[in-house]
Design a protein around this ligand. Structure first.
Ligand code: G3P
Length: 224
């Protein structure tokens, strides 16, 4: 998948509002907004919903996680090949709620690429982002864990972590897209992120927990 900035990535996590039938409904809302506005958007359904959502909506889907395994006797693990076969176009890696080792991140970036899948590696600070940038992922999403789910936007509460990470990653590889996430909930947060040099945002609760997800999505896009 071509990650064309500016982009919005929605991590649907494991909320009741974004799982099963609710997850499919939310994905269809995202698809409607995606088709009406032509913005680069990715949704990340829960693993158990991934194949269904990929089949039922025509917009890029990423898995929320992938394991550093090949196919075979790996009970409960998910391979890059299985993600490919689900119809997804990439995967989040190392989300703060599903941390893995740097050696596994290294393996996964290559494994995803070998299946034509994109990698979006989540990081918690500038130093980790620099280390991950050396592994050449397609994208890095910087998210200070303490702001996740807080409703306090990283792009306004900690702008320097966004701009410093963008600069540090660009110095290593200008081809890596840098998104920011944690507390993003409106167009102003998106505009601030872009003004800080980010290629887009990664968010969850601002949309998933919203009374009117479509209204929030349109407001987010207004910031682009
Ligand atoms: O992956 C994005 C997520 O961790 C951010 O969470 O709820 O603050 O948008 P939220």
């Amino acid at each position: 998948m071509n990650l064309e900035p500016p982009m919005i990535a929605l991590n649907m996590k494991a909320y009741r509002e974004s799982s099963g039938e609710n997850g499919l409904k939310l994905a269809k809302i995202c698809e409607e907004v995606f088709e009406e506005n032509g913005v680069c958007m990715v949704i990340c359904p829960q693993q158990t919903d991934l194949s269904l959502v990929c089949r039922k909506v025509s917009m890029p889907c990423f898995s929320q996680h992938v394991d550093p395994i090949d196919v075979g006797s790996y009970t409960g693990w998910v391979s890059a090949e299985a993600i490919k076969n689900s119809g997804a176009e990439g995967s989040l890696i190392n989300h703060s709620e599903h941390r893995i080792r740097i050696s596994e991140i290294d393996i996964l970036i290559d494994k995803l690429r070998s299946f034509g899948l994109s990698s979006m590696v989540c990081t918690n600070n500038e130093a980790v982002s620099k280390a991950v940038a050396e592994l050449k992922p397609d994208a890095i999403a910087i998210e200070p864990p303490k702001l996740i789910g807080s409703g306090i936007s990283v792009s306004t509460a900690e702008p320097e972590i966004v701009s410093d990470t963008v600069d540090a990653v660009r110095r290593i590889d200008k081809g890596i897209k840098v998104l920011c996430g944690a507390g993003i909930s409106n167009g102003k947060d998106v505009r601030s992120a872009i003004e800080l040099g980010a290629d887009g945002v990664l968010l969850a609760s601002g949309v998933v927990k919203a009374k009117d997800p479509k209204e929030v999505l349109l407001d987010l896009i207004s910031g682009i």
